[in-house]
Design a protein. Structure first.
Length: 319
């Protein structure tokens, strides 16, 4: 299936969502509900949502929940038609990720939730029904709905339709994007967005490719259009501060200079954390930054001062 696969079942547009997180306080003003869209063309080494990278549901094995064949009789092994699930010497499930097709049969058979599927197809109305449950919190706190991922641009039709429905409900909307997608799509989506978080991870194209798997040329091209006022919404550029990857004063100075020169007003520096690192093993993936530690507060202050020196407002912790 193509990236951002969207099916039109009658009049119901559907898309892949891997999480809906309620009561968030860090991705826009007020209390927010985050909708995580599945699929991303980048594979950032520090990605904290690796289950959102592929544009299909993914098997996830939570080893601490596996009780072993002595107790459950291992129905997951029998359910897997590809022979991808077997038993370890301890009698617990183990996955041959090269054979796994993410069909979900083993997860359906698992009695204790050790095998699960990250991502499910939902209609726009189903997602809307979820976020509407928190309407009273949005109303009282000035909050709303934030769409992230993954990368929302990979499911353009679904995201656009969902945002339109949110605006019909008068919800404040925010979008988190890396900008690696069609400018026409980003432009159209932005018409239904109040706040746009735009990621710029590195200014050097080759280094950007080493860290994320793609060049930054399209990202910077779209960023110039976003920052010069071609979108009618508030824009905050976000930059991850990852030691050894994007944390030097030269790195941040180059991004801040670009943002200011392009007409931007605000940046937010996001200090690295390893909270999503455990997910990699659960998904059969390798986490390459296991030895990396978060930047110190002293270093973060120096980088924030650099951002401010270009006349930009540094937004870390504002919301």
């Amino acid at each position: 299936m193509p990236n951002g696969d969207v099916l039109n079942e009658g009049k119901q547009i559907t898309g892949l969502v891997f999480n809906i997180q309620r009561f968030s306080l860090h991705d826009g003003p007020g209390i927010r509900t985050l909708v995580f869209i599945q699929g991303c063309l980048l594979a950032c080494k520090w990605c904290c949502n690796p289950e959102g990278q592929k544009n299909c549901p993914q098997l996830r094995f939570l080893g601490f929940k596996c009780v072993g064949a002595d107790r459950c009789k291992a129905p997951c092994v029998k359910a897997c038609l590809e022979g991808a699930i077997s038993l370890s010497a301890e009698g617990k499930a183990q996955t041959d990720w090269k054979l796994c097709t993410n069909c979900g049969k083993c997860a359906e058979a698992c009695l204790y939730g050790a095998l699960t599927i990250a991502g499910r197809r939902m209609t726009v109305e189903e997602v809307l029904a979820e976020v509407e449950q928190d309407w009273s919190f949005y109303n009282r706190s000035g909050g709303g709905v934030t769409i992230g991922g993954g990368e929302p641009l990979t499911q353009f039709e679904f995201v656009l339709s969902f945002l339109k429905r949110c605006k019909q409900r008068f919800f404040h909307t925010a979008l988190e994007t890396c900008g690696h997608g069609s400018w026409a799509h980003l432009k159209e989506i932005s018409e239904y967005v109040d706040l746009l978080y735009y990621d710029i991870k590195h200014m050097d194209p080759q280094r950007h490719k080493e860290l994320t798997g793609v060049s930054n040329r399209l990202i910077l091209s779209n960023a110039r259009k976003v920052l010069c006022g071609d979108v009618d919404c508030e824009v905050i550029v976000r930059t991850p501060i990852v030691p050894g990857c994007s944390d030097s004063e030269e790195d941040i100075g180059a991004i801040a200079r670009f943002v200011a020169k392009s007409g931007g007003k605000m940046m937010e520096l996001l200090p690295y954390h390893a909270l999503g690192s455990s997910k990699y093993k659960q998904l059969g993936m390798q986490y390459e930054l296991g030895e990396v530690r978060p930047p110190s507060e002293e270093q973060m202050e120096k980088l924030r001062d650099i951002v401010k020196s270009f006349g930009l407002k540094e937004m870390t912790g504002v919301y």
